[in-house]
Design a protein around this ligand. Sequence first.
Ligand SMILES: Nc1ncnc2c1ncn2[C@@H]1O[C@H](COP(=O)(O)OP(=O)(O)O)[C@@H](O)[C@H]1O
Ligand SMILES: [Mg+2]
Length: 265
Amino acid sequence: MNIEPREIVTHLPTNALELGSTLLVADRVTKSYGSTHVLAEASFRLRSGEVVGVVGPNGSGKSTLVRICSGHAVLDSGELRIQQRDAKLRTPRDGIAEGVCLLTQDDELFSELSVCENICAGREITVGWGLASFIQWHRCQVFAKQGLELAGNPNIDLDKPAGELSGGQRKALALARALLVRPAVLLLDEPTNSLGVAEQRWLYETIRKLSSAGLGVVIVSHSVRDIRAVTTRVVAMSEGRIVSEGETTQMTDSQIGLMMAGCES
Ligand SMILES: Nc1ncnc2c1ncn2[C@@H]1O[C@H](COP(=O)(O)OP(=O)(O)O)[C@@H](O)[C@H]1O
Ligand SMILES: [Mg+2]
């Protein structure tokens, strides 16, 4: 297939997002791995323009919830609705097709490949057909640069191997890959774990811009600083259930700390 980089950006599925409209609903979602019940009828809702912090102790099901919402894991029962449509997600590709992207904790990058190759991997920027097709590297570079601009970090060297990047640069690269599909929903699983202070500030600023543009953002975090800096609402999980939630501005740091520890308020 012969696609112009700009076409790739625009033919993908994000609609104009009306601030406040419901983007994602997870309704009574359950998930078990063998005899381990990880999610027990967890229900969750995300609107356009919101940044929701998901907190709770280790093992409470936070990653599993966002993985199910992105197609990285498949629910056992319950329902997902994305932009008002029932969604049956079996793979991350299904999630992307519905406008949902997850940045996992490990960023899912190829360390040996360059920044440009990581951004373009799996995307067909080729000319010709079959054995006679080859990748058009100059167009990949334009495409990769567009992605890094969307991610608010356009100065990363496109030729550098991903394995040589700092934590923040790796996160920008993963975000660039994700944003090029124009998602409506961005799910971030503990994104600030390996970031320095300046890199955290970049991520907070980028999240604010994306939510102002109408995206719904979820940030799984163990950091009160993250929750304060970017979230509008906090949802607490414990033992596979949502046990409490509230507007961030209405909460004290110690209340947020208690939610992180799994105490119901
Ligand atoms: N792929 C898996 N296979 C088996 N058990 C899993 C898998 N993923 C998660 N679990 C288990 O599910 C529970 C919740 O995990 P997780 O969603 O990662 O929690 P959190 O992100 O809140 O720390 C943990 O007990 C974990 O061991
Ligand atoms: Mg986790």
